[in-house]
Design a protein around this ligand. Structure first.
Ligand code: NAD
Ligand code: MG
Length: 396
């Protein structure tokens, strides 16, 4: 029997911060599969004005914003003859995030996403949060803003989205721990000697996921998992010792929650970010997503192993930052952003990334942070220290 389709409700108004990135692309892919279901309000990008213009011509947002003003004229020219508002500079991103919309995808990479994402939070929007660095850099302030404004925060990071799907918020006292799975990245089985020679091209080639360059390098150093422990702490209110990491090279079990009665609930799926994005986009309803079907018989086996914080010191550093609290995670995040950029530029070796983070964490004093200005000041100081660190073992 063919069921009559439900009457179409008004289009959902969506804004995408970081629309030109990997998560931005996947979000747009889902939106374009349901013509008429969405009205795009704003799109933002860093410097790729040509891609932003091309997306804007297709999606017809009210506004586009480019963080880097250098591309403003080209973007404006490319969109001349349309009704799309064009603005540039970091403030323009905040303006775009402030425009009334129902749902916002926060998919800018790094602490650069903090201010625009906060703008969306402050007006009480439903925010799909991919930009984990927001929570690492400013978790307490960010979660305070979510609470004060009654915004809805939906985790998009696959592990946190998985946990969100099986986390019983009404019986939090019955949750023993959460278990974040990690692919282990491309160098999971490599020796430290071999890892010292890793090139940027090798580090960005993730075995299971197709992602932006920064998160790919973070996955390779496993700093990504460290950042995710801090992200999980803020999202689910659990301490360090109740957030485990489990290496699972197939990236099928996206994470788990262990309950007091011995039950462990997990969410599984093929590694495709369109699943967690669709979950956040449709929440509280489920939407169809064009992902591959999970065929466990074909996969045959799923494997698990302990994480190695000797070969992957970023895991130890991130946990130490969470344990110290205050400014420590802000410093960790800023130093890591700088170190990853320096590695991608061929300036330092792969193992130097964690070394620079550790150096920065010991050099920048742990002041107390309460305001956004305090956070930006510490972030800036950590960036200066991380950028100035000279290493003898630079990449050849
Ligand atoms: P990406 O590099 O592909 O895209 C980043 C986006 O942010 C682009 O639109 C870019 O223009 C914009 N941007 C970069 N620097 C900016 C700046 N200084 N100011 C304003 N905009 C800027 O990254 P991605 O892989 O899409 O990841 C985005 C975020 O989502 C990251 O925080 C990442 O950790 C998180 N995430 C990504 C994935 C994934 O599969 N790609 C999975 C989980 C979480
Ligand atoms: Mg993740």
């Amino acid at each position: 029997m063919v069921k009559p389709s439900a009457p179409k409700s008004a289009a959902k108004r969506v804004s995408i911060l970081g629309s030109t990135g990997s998560i931005g692309d996947s979000t747009i892919d889902l939106i374009e599969r349901e013509p008429g279901a969405y009205k795009v309000v704003a799109l933002t990008a860093h410097s790729n004005w040509a891609k932003l213009a091309e997306q804007a011509k297709r999606l017809k947002p009210d506004m586009v914003a480019l963080a880097d003003p250098a591309g403003y004229t080209q973007l404006k020219d490319a969109l001349s003859g349309t009704n799309i508002g064009v603005a540039a500079g970091p403030e323009a991103l905040c303006e775009a995030a402030s425009l009334a919309s129902d749902w916002v995808m926060a998919a800018i990479v790094g602490a650069a996403g903090l201010k625009p994402t906060l703008k969306a939070v402050e007006r009480g929007a439903v925010v799909g949060l991919a930009n984990k660095e927001c929570l690492v850099c400013a978790g307490t302030l960010f979660m305070g803003a979510v609470k004060d404004s009654n915004a809805t925060l939906l985790p998009v990071d696959s592990e946190h989205n998985a946990i969100f799907q099986v986390f019983d918020f009404n019986q939090k006292d019955k949750i023993r721990k959460i278990i974040l799975t990690a692919s282990g990245g491309p160098f999971r089985t490599w020796t430290l000697n071999d890892m010292a020679k890793v090139t940027p091209a090798q580090a960005v080639a993730h075995p299971n996921w197709s992602m932006g360059a920064k998160i790919s390098v973070d996955s390779a150093t496993m700093m990504n998992k460290g950042l995710e422990v801090i992200e999980a702490h803020h999202l689910f209110g659990l301490d360090n010792d109740r957030i485990d990491i489990l290496v699972h090279p197939q990236s099928v079990v996206h994470s788990m929650v262990e309950y007091a009665d011995g039950s462990t609930l997990a969410q599984l799926g093929t590694p495709d970010m369109r699943t967690p994005i669709a979950y956040a986009l449709g929440w509280p309803k489920r939407l169809p997503a064009p992902t591959g079907r999970l065929d466990l018989a074909k996969l045959g086996s799923l494997t698990f192993e302990a994480a190695d914080s000797v070969r992957f010191p970023a895991l130890r550093l991130a946990r130490a930052a969470l344990q110290s609290g205050g400014a420590a995670p802000t410093i960790l995040n800023a130093a890591n952003e700088v170190a990853v950029a320096r590695f991608l530029a061929g300036e330092i070796g792969f193992l130097d990334i964690a070394a620079i983070v550790e150096h920065t964490m010991t050099r920048v004093p742990l002041q107390s942070i309460t305001t956004l200005d305090d956070i930006m000041a510490i972030d800036g100081e950590a960036r200066r220290v991380a950028a100035a660190k000279n290493l003898s073992a630079a990449a050849e």
